[in-house]
Design a protein around this ligand. Structure first.
Ligand SMILES: *Cc1c(COP(=O)(O)O)cnc(C)c1O
Length: 410
């Protein structure tokens, strides 16, 4: 298991609070039968065995004392391979998504890169949504194509379009649902069936819904991925990524690549995400409640041409969303009758809605995808409408958010 020599072997799932030699045993989750909020607060986070500390300590260390050559005292040897704070987060993530293995990364894109390089080899083909997150599209189209990866953007909300686009060399079907920023909905269970019938793995980017609203593994996904920068972290104070696998085998392969490629979450970042996760349920309830009120307001506003939200009965895949999500989320997009100029004006006039990229934090954010988050897809098939505004609805008082939008739209 020597890290310096780069030999294989890695124990990221060693019980954090164990000081004895555990080898590579997975630690047992005593909370697996409890409800979501109980797991969010306790899974992977037993009080520290040595001190009783209730909050998981930030193990800010790169290496660990060994009891004789090759004799690990805690199972940990070097913090790229595993670190106790990161292990706590990884166990928490696996518990929340109902998967076999969780892994914490430096960013959502670091997680994506590692997953794609694990599941694919040069010459393989990937299907991705034709309205994928811009950074995902850029990673595949501009970085991984140089490594020999092939890709096709498809209308992922249509299972028929996906079935038609699958090739013999398709090894990954990459799904986002709801999508960013158009809030399209893909049918995870239907796509899982298509993946099963081919040799492809189904990867679901669950960033927009969070595991509180949607659990793709229970619907047949092989791998779930998050930008923990968003709802899981929840406070706009950390950049991170996560992967949870349905099966331990794929988890081990991705863990091997994570250690080999090095895109790990540091202990402090892991700790921030872990702290965010404890309040995920209460935050998501408020995000969803505020978003629903804002959707009501926007649908009857004369300056607004259309509202994109999976909770609306007229949303093209509302039925699918109602089946696979417990609530419809905190992201709302809308198009202005006045075109791009009107969209830019709303973004600049809003005050409580802070003009900024990213999403999923406690504070409300507003942005113009065409000129901000999705600039990298301008001129590609993934280009977004110029009159589109995206809101990440926060958990402030709803009256204040509505007053802010009323003024910005006037
Ligand atoms: C932000 C985001 C990512 C990328 O995550 P980073 O943490 O910024 O690297 C991937 N997918 C979706 C849906 C996102 O919103």
């Amino acid at each position: 298991m020597s890290e310096e020599s780069g030999r294989e072997g890695r124990c990221s799932a060693v019980p954090r609070n164990s000081l004895s030699q555990y080898g590579c045993l997975m630690s047992y989750d005593a909370y697996s039968d409890t409800g979501f909020n109980t797991r969010a607060i306790h899974s992977g986070q037993e009080p520290d065995a040595l001190t009783g500390a209730v909050a998981v300590p930030i193990y800010q260390t790169s290496t660990y004392k060994q009891d004789g050559v090759g004799g690990l005292r805690s199972g940990y040897e070097y913090s790229r391979s595993a670190n106790p704070t990161r292990t706590a987060l990884e166990e928490s993530l696996a518990a929340l998504e109902g998967g076999a293995r969780g892994l914490a990364f430096a960013s959502g894109l670091a997680a994506e890169d590692t997953v794609l390089r694990t599941l694919c080899k040069p010459g393989d083909h990937v299907l991705l949504p034709d309205d994928a997150y811009g950074g995902t599209f850029r990673l595949i189209a501009r970085v991984l194509t140089r490594w020999g990866l092939e890709y096709t953007p498809v209308a992922m909300h249509s299972a028929a379009a996906v079935a038609e686009a699958i090739r013999p060399n398709t090894t990954v079907i990459w799904v986002e649902t709801p999508t960013n920023p158009l809030l399209n909905i893909a049918d995870i269970a239907a796509l899982a069936e298509l993946a099963d019938q081919s040799r492809a793995k189904l990867v679901v980017d669950n960033t927009f819904a969070s595991p509180y609203l949607q659990q793709p593994i229970s619907l047949g996904a092989d791998v779930v991925l998050h930008s923990t920068t968003k709802y899981l972290g929840g406070h706009s104070d950390v950049v991170g990524g996560a992967v949870v696998t349905a099966e331990a085998g794929i988890g081990d392969e991705i863990a091997f690549h994570q250690n080999a490629m090095g895109a790990i979450s540091g202990p402090f970042d892991a700790w921030l995400v872990l702290r965010g996760i404890k309040t995920l349920g209460v935050r998501m309830d408020r995000h969803c409640q505020n978003a629903a009120a804002i959707v009501d307001f926007l649908t009857s506003h004369p300056a607004v041409g259309s509202v994109l939200y999976p909770g609306l009965p007229e949303h093209p895949n509302h039925e699918v969303a109602a089946r696979q999500m417990s609530q419809f989320g905190g992201m709302v997009s809308f198009r202005l009758r006045g075109g791009e100029d009107a969209a830019l004006k709303v973004c600049e006039l809003a005050r409580i809605f802070t003009l900024g990229e990213s999403l999923g934090g406690v504070e409300s954010l507003i942005e113009h995808p065409g000129r901000m988050t999705h600039m990298s897809v301008a001129g590609s098939p993934l280009e977004v409408p110029a009159d589109l505004v995206r809101l990440s609805v926060g958990i402030e008082n709803i009256e204040d958010l509505l007053a802010d939008l009323t003024a910005a739209l006037a």
